[in-house]
Write a protein that binds this ligand. Structure first.
Ligand code: GLY
Length: 318
């Protein structure tokens, strides 16, 4: 039996361009800390890594500011299609849904699929599953995301992605982009898990598949766990989450694995970020985007990455 360890937690609400000013930074920080605190409390009360990951993802999906669940961006045809996945590091099992509509918390479907023989379902299959589980129909559309889509349609969909956070002043002033949410946990028994959920890039072609419901964007073993955010195609091309996790399994420290992987990503001109934990309790983050909206609890205090330098940066706590 594993001995009791101090739980660790890191979450993100996307990566992208600068939030332009203290107002934006402070309000995003408040949102992230309001989620970190209750999730850390259930970890102290004995929740498993997967339970805490699911709870954190639900809270992030329910916050209309972030691009997942309520507040998801619209695709090119004006519809919301969401993707989410959960990976338990101890069982090393991945489950997820791709392009699901009309559910409040896509991560709940990923959780159900953890124990199913068929662990990743796409659009029609996820809709069937939601019906089977009698999950009520839910519309996560917000006025801000609708306005953003209408504006984009007027401009003939020239942007590569929708805004990372949905707030008039932020979307307007910063053109901040690339939203996804993610939660990575080390529980009191030393078990790791990770979850990632997204409304996608925004304005994308129908049927485009996000990295968030692939191991490339969300991966865990008993050694390390990683959730990614940013341009899905870049994350898939780097196979980012397993690249970091496998390096740790092969004996590299988490910090070195992040450094190496982000140096390669910078070389390849990628645009993304990642959060990570390892089994020893080391916390790490990395980004090639300007900003990474991440916050963590190391067992003693809360911290975040909102004001680290623009451009490629890797950091963490051992
Ligand atoms: N990383 C989210 C997406 O590209 O769909």
């Amino acid at each position: 039996m594993k001995s009791v360890v101090l739980p660790k937690l890191i979450i993100h609400g996307g990566a992208g361009s600068s939030l332009h000013g203290k107002g934006g930074v402070e309000s995003v920080r408040r949102s992230l800390y309001n989620i970190i605190e209750p999730v850390y409390s259930i970890l102290l009360a004995g929740a498993s890594a997967s339970e805490a990951v699911v709870y954190g993802c639900q809270l992030l999906e329910d916050d209309p500011r972030f691009n997942a669940g309520t507040g998801s961006v619209l695709q090119s045809d004006g519809q919301i299609r969401m993707s989410a996945s959960l990976m338990d590091g101890t069982s090393q099992s991945f489950s997820g849904v791709i392009n699901v509509s009309r559910v409040k918390n896509p991560i709940d479907l990923a959780l159900f699929l953890q124990t199913s023989p068929d662990r990743v379902l796409s659009d029609f299959g996820s809709a069937e599953l939601a019906r089977e589980l009698q999950i009520p129909s839910y519309n996560g559309l917000t006025d801000l995301r609708l306005q953003e889509w209408i504006q984009e349609r007027q401009e003939n969909f020239t942007k590569a992605m929708a805004g990372v956070v949905a707030e008039p002043e932020l979307a307007e002033a910063s053109n901040a982009r690339r939203g996804t949410i993610g939660v990575v946990v080390l529980d009191a028994h030393g078990n790791l898990a990770t979850g990632t959920s997204t409304g996608g890039k925004g304005f994308e072609r129908i049927g485009r598949v996000s990295d968030s419901a692939m191991p490339a964007g969300n991966y865990a073993t008993k050694y390390a766990a990683v959730s990614c955010t940013g341009i899905g195609e870049d994350i898939i091309d780097e196979c980012l989450a397993p690249r970091i996790v496998v390096r740790v399994g092969d004996g590299m420290s988490l910090q070195d694995a992040m450094q190496r992987s982000f140096a390669e990503a910078q070389e390849n001109k990628r645009d993304f970020g990642a959060i990570a934990l390892d089994a020893s309790g080391a916390i790490a983050w990395g980004k090639t985007s300007d900003v990474l909206l991440a916050a963590y609890h190391d067992g003693v205090r809360l911290g975040d990455t909102l004001e680290i330098a623009l451009g490629t940066e890797v950091g963490g706590l051992i």
